[in-house]
Design a protein around this ligand. Structure first.
Ligand SMILES: *[C@@H]1O[C@H](CO)[C@@H](O)[C@H](O)[C@H]1NC(C)=O
Ligand SMILES: [Ca+2]
Length: 232
């Protein structure tokens, strides 16, 4: 068990590394995003094309290690050519009084303040969206964060063929980064499903069902489910 944990805690620092074929059990368990003032660094690009999606569930373990009051973008997927073409952008936004989770889908924003998300600890964050009524739900650890948000990108589809970047916001496809939106901390087990997971499935999606390691990012269990689009 100890060896397994050590293996899990091995970390890599990426700058402009291309990550291909993320799979469960890969060496690259945790990506560390150190503090940087460069607008280019740190970031990681996943070479993976997404299908068009009219609903999705995005889950990731996040440990934000900065208490700066600003936005920290952990996932961005951009399609098209130029402009602020956020097809999907997910972030944590900290202020003195709140920590909110944000997602932009087709450039439309949903945000929710989630008291259970704290700096310096690993949390499993899941965000679901469906084009039906444009409903967005945020989950931290095993619980849904208060109310759902409606009216986000109603009746639209997330387009295929874009580029996924972890740890930075793309204002253009594969570029347009800014240091004041960069993610600072650890990120692991990012899973993307082109389906709307329900509460029970959310619990099983990269959730450590093992009691001992409940809030550790490294505890795969038999009945855990992983993303059919991105599986880490
Ligand atoms: C962060 O949250 C605050 C408070 O809700 C808000 O005023 C601010 O615009 C947000 N920043 C971003 C980048 O969304
Ligand atoms: Ca930006």
């Amino acid at each position: 068990m100890v060896r397994f944990m050590v293996f899990c805690l091995l970390a890599l620092v990426w700058s402009t590394t291309e990550i291909s074929g993320l799979r469960r059990g890969d060496f690259s368990k945790v990506v560390k995003f150190p503090v940087s003032s460069s607008s280019q660094f740190p970031r990681a690009v996943i070479s993976k094309s997404l299908p068009p999606m009219d609903e999705f569930t995005l889950c990731s373990w996040l440990k934000l290690t900065s208490s700066e009051e600003r936005e920290f973008v952990f996932f961005s997927y951009a399609v098209g050519n130029g402009g602020d073409s956020d097809e999907i952008m997910a972030s944590v936004n900290r202020t003195t009084s709140t920590t909110e989770l944000k997602i932009k889908i087709a450039n439309q924003l949903a945000r929710l303040s989630c008291a259970t998300f704290t700096v310096g600890n690993f949390h499993k964050v899941c965000i679901t969206w469906t084009s039906v009524k444009g409903r967005v739900q945020f989950y931290v650890d095993e619980d849904m964060c208060s109310a759902q948000v409606n009216g986000v990108a109603v009746g639209t589809q997330v387009r295929n063929g874009g580029t996924i970047v972890l740890g930075q916001d793309q204002d253009t496809v594969g570029g347009g980064f800014s240091s004041d939106q960069s993610y600072v901390g650890d990120l692991t087990q990012l899973n993307l499903f082109d389906e709307l997971l329900d509460q029970d499935q959310i619990r099983r999606a990269s959730t450590c069902l093992s009691k001992t390691f409940k809030y550790s990012p490294c505890c795969y269990q038999e009945d855990e489910i992983s993303g059919n689009i991105i599986s880490w």
